[in-house]
Design a protein around this ligand. Structure first.
Ligand code: ZN
Length: 357
């Protein structure tokens, strides 16, 4: 199987098999079943291996505490794998279709059970605490024509997967990782950063208009802090395709903040031109809209990086090796880390220090 790493190795927060703790033990697992990558929520997720999307989970479920995921069958010369991606926000793949490497199959988010600073996340948006990609998670499977009692088979939302008369048996369900294996040895390289074509607005919008461009407009307004609403339909992550009074109020807010007259919330040529030009400018390598894009954290060196970053912000250049010594040594590192986390909070940087999933 030709599997690509979706994001840089430096963004890995948790490896396969990590954290053999009570959380995983309670699920009957020996440890983490894939690799976690910490990237900003909403980051386009490139497909890591060419394969058939056979199932998607909770794609249209507005409850963000439910795990959104996409599942693929990836076949190589002699092997067959299930490859899946979890905690997704948007899902752009459809069961029954085959996707090449690099196709954008969704966006990252924090749906399902995620942890931030060791605490279970209960508010899934906005801010997206604990957001990360769980995956690609890989499970070796094989095609069989008959099911055997006690064996585990791949399932879709509606039951056991059956294609052309075949079922897909998980080869080693009882390996302590629900049949999953470490993806790391399979990675043949890293995918270049996905650059989706910028979406610009083509028509005027006002009350009672509907369409995907309305959803895109709501997303833009929410991302820029002109919240359509704080919760429910229209809130970040729950954008809708309907232009109602809430959308109009958010457009009006945007107009006031940007000196566009009149400020009645009508999305016409003037407002469109302003937003379109900003979208195009940011697509051409302007300022990233999310500060997280400037930051990455390494798995084992998380604390070292955190400390380095804060010292950098403070303009202090530490002696080479001193931070590692501090972290590894017997110095009261905990207090320092707490202090640093406080600093980070003040700097309004949002991290997920992930202990699980
Ligand atoms: Zn994970």
């Amino acid at each position: 199987m030709k599997l690509y790493r979706p994001f840089p190795r430096s963004t890995v927060s948790q490896n396969f098999g990590a954290n053999a703790n009570a959380l995983y033990a309670s699920q009957g697992l020996k440890g983490h079943t894939s690799t976690d990558f910490v990237v900003p929520c909403g980051t386009p997720l490139p497909n890591c291996a060419e394969g058939l999307c056979y199932s998607v989970l909770n794609k249209d479920n507005p409850d963000l505490s439910k795990y959104r995921a996409a599942y693929f069958l990836v076949e190589s010369d002699k092997d067959l794998f299930e490859v899946s991606y979890g905690h997704l926000g948007e899902i752009h793949c459809e069961p029954g279709k085959t996707y090449p490497v690099g196709a954008i199959i969704g966006t990252t988010s924090n749906t399902g059970d995620v942890y931030s600073y060791g605490e279970k996340v209960t508010k899934h948006r906005p801010g997206c605490p604990g957001g990360h990609l769980h995956g690609p998670q890989i499970r070796p499977v094989r095609r069989v024509t008959k099911r055997t009692k006690g064996k585990r088979y791949l399932e879709t939302g509606t039951g056991v997967l059956k294609q052309a008369g075949a079922y897909y048996e998980v080869l080693d369900q009882d390996n302590g990782y629900a049949g999953c294996v470490d993806p790391e040895p399979f990675f043949v390289g890293e995918l270049p950063k996905a650059k989706p074509a910028p979406v610009t607005f083509k028509r005027d919008l006002d009350l009672r208009k509907s369409g995907e461009d309305v959803r895109e407009l709501q997303r833009y307004l929410n991302r820029q802090g002109f919240l359509v609403t704080k919760s429910g339909p229209g809130a970040p992550g729950l954008e809708t395709d309907y232009f109602g009074t809430l959308t109009r109020a958010a457009v009006a807010q945007f107009q006031r903040a940007n000196g566009i007259m009149p400020t009645a919330g009508y999305f016409g040529p003037k407002t469109r031109a302003v937003i379109n030009s900003r979208i195009l400018a940011s697509a051409q390598g302007g300022e990233p809209t999310n500060p997280m894009e400037k930051i990455s954290i390494a798995g084992t060196g998380t604390y070292v990086l955190l400390i380095s970053l804060v010292l950098n912000l403070a303009g202090i250049e530490p002696e080479p090796g001193s931070i590692e010594a501090l972290v590894n040594g017997t110095v009261a590192a905990t207090g320092l880390i707490l202090m640093i986390l406080g600093q980070l909070k003040r700097a309004d940087l949002k991290w997920g220090l992930l202990r699980k999933d």
